[in-house]
Design a protein around this ligand. Structure first.
Ligand code: AMP
Length: 396
């Protein structure tokens, strides 16, 4: 890993320009989930304790390069103050003389929050002038927004090249967890990939096949693979046009020695709704008018057996229609097995992306996973083997 941590930087007396992700949900002016804010608190507190002066840069929503009062970051000040246990001043722009003066006069023990970076159209274009304007506000750059690192924007990429740069605590934790799961993992490595569609996870599957020993495919995606193998899947969610692609993936897996696990039994229903009448059937018995909504108990046993022999697990996507009971059963059972193996020290388990966090939270297993990434797109792009511009810029 070619990036520096906060521990390697001299922060004393320095203005530490810190890119964070505080894009939290707000309803009627009230923050309904402050998880993202809580997760950056260790970085801000560390900078304060080291005698640095944190100057926070962040985006909020999609203002499209225009000032929008409802997307002002000022409304987050009270929530930030509670999380940081420190006073937070606010500057009404993320560049310019007012922001420069506010950063310059920031007192030790205080935090400065700059206005929404996306009020400038240049932000999402990685505009060099905008990055240069931001660079005037800091002596050191710290990126703690892993979840925005897949985007080459002025505040995530351009700026990192203009100041001595390091990763914040959350960014560091994300990168270390990901490195332990796919970079230099203990083998065997098992990946669980579920969710609705093959088409949205093609690059993910292609990359994983080259890196993992076992690939468990579940959810609607698995239906497409079952169709490719010639099974009748009734009226299941599937992408019939992706059948050839599914066959190519299976052939490639065979050549790389990656063991693909598909469901061996299925849970079917006639309606996509909670507690719909359902039955557990062998793979070759799906009725014409039924849909597969989950993997059956034999499939779960097979997944549990593979997990028991694995040392590393990386998980993205549910194994079935987890939002509607009882079609969350396979996801829950496999997640609880992974959690138990992690608790006993046999497994390093890393999960993230999209619906995965809510699926694992609902199963009650999330707390025992080694690491749960709250970064959606960035986690997926990293799993796809892509270089994340915000991370690459820190490695300069
Ligand atoms: P994704 O966003 O790609 O991770 O997909 C998650 C969505 O896939 C969830 O809303 C699940 O309900 C849905 N899903 C998973 N398995 C199935 C299935 N067998 N049939 C229909 N939807 C499914």
């Amino acid at each position: 890993m070619g990036w520096k941590t906060l521990d390697e930087m001299d922060l004393s007396g320095k203005r530490v320009l810190t890119r964070v992700d505080i894009n939290v949900p707000i309803v009627d002016g009230v923050v309904t989930d402050a998880t993202r804010i809580r997760r950056i608190a260790p970085t801000v507190k560390h900078i304060l304790e080291a005698g640095g002066r944190p100057v926070l840069l962040a985006h909020f929503g999609r203002p499209g390069g225009e000032r929008r009062a409802n997307l002002s970051l000022e409304q987050l000040v009270p929530t930030l103050e509670r999380a940081f246990e420190a006073p937070v001043a606010f500057a009404a722009d993320c560049v310019g003389t007012e922001a420069e003066l506010a950063a310059e006069t920031l007192q030790p023990g205080q935090v400065l929050l700059l206005e929404n970076t996306r009020f400038h159209a240049g932000e999402t274009k990685n505009d060099a002038d905008l990055a240069a304007g931001m660079a005037k506000l800091g002596d050191v750059y710290c990126n703690d927004a892993f979840s925005a690192a897949h985007r080459a924007h002025s505040s995530t990429e351009g700026l990192a090249r203009l100041l001595p740069a390091c990763a914040g605590r959350l960014m560091q934790a994300e990168l270390e967890a990901l490195e332990s799961a796919l970079g230099k993992p203990n083998r065997p490595v098992t990946a669980v990939v579920g969710g609705a569609k093959v088409s949205t996870k093609l690059e993910l599957l292609s990359n994983l096949i080259e890196k993992v020993d076992n690939l468990v495919i579940g959810g609607g995606m698995a239906n497409t693979f079952l169709a490719a193998k010639g099974y009748d899947i009734g009226v299941s969610l599937a992408e019939r046009l992706m059948v050839d692609t599914a066959n190519e993936i299976m052939a490639k897996a065979e050549s790389t020695g990656c063991n693909i696990l598909l469901p061996t039994d299925i849970v079917v229903a006639r309606k996509f709704e909670a507690h719909a009448d359902h039955e557990i059937l062998p793979l070759d018995a799906c009725p014409d008018d039924a849909m597969i909504l989950d993997a059956g108990p034999a499939s779960v046993e097979a997944i549990a057996a593979v997990l028991s022999e694995s040392k590393t697990l990386i998980w993205n996507g549910p194994l079935g229609a987890f939002e509607i009971e009882p079609f969350d059963a396979a996801t829950n059972a496999a997640a609880l097995k992974a959690a138990a193996l992690t608790r006993s020290g046999q497994l390093v388990s890393v999960a993230g992306g999209g619906d995965t966090v809510s699926a694992l939270n609902a199963s009650g297993a999330a707390g025992d996973f080694s690491y749960i990434s709250t970064a959606g797109g960035a986690f997926l792009e990293w799993m796809e083997g892509k270089v994340l511009p915000g991370v690459a810029a820190l490695e300069q």
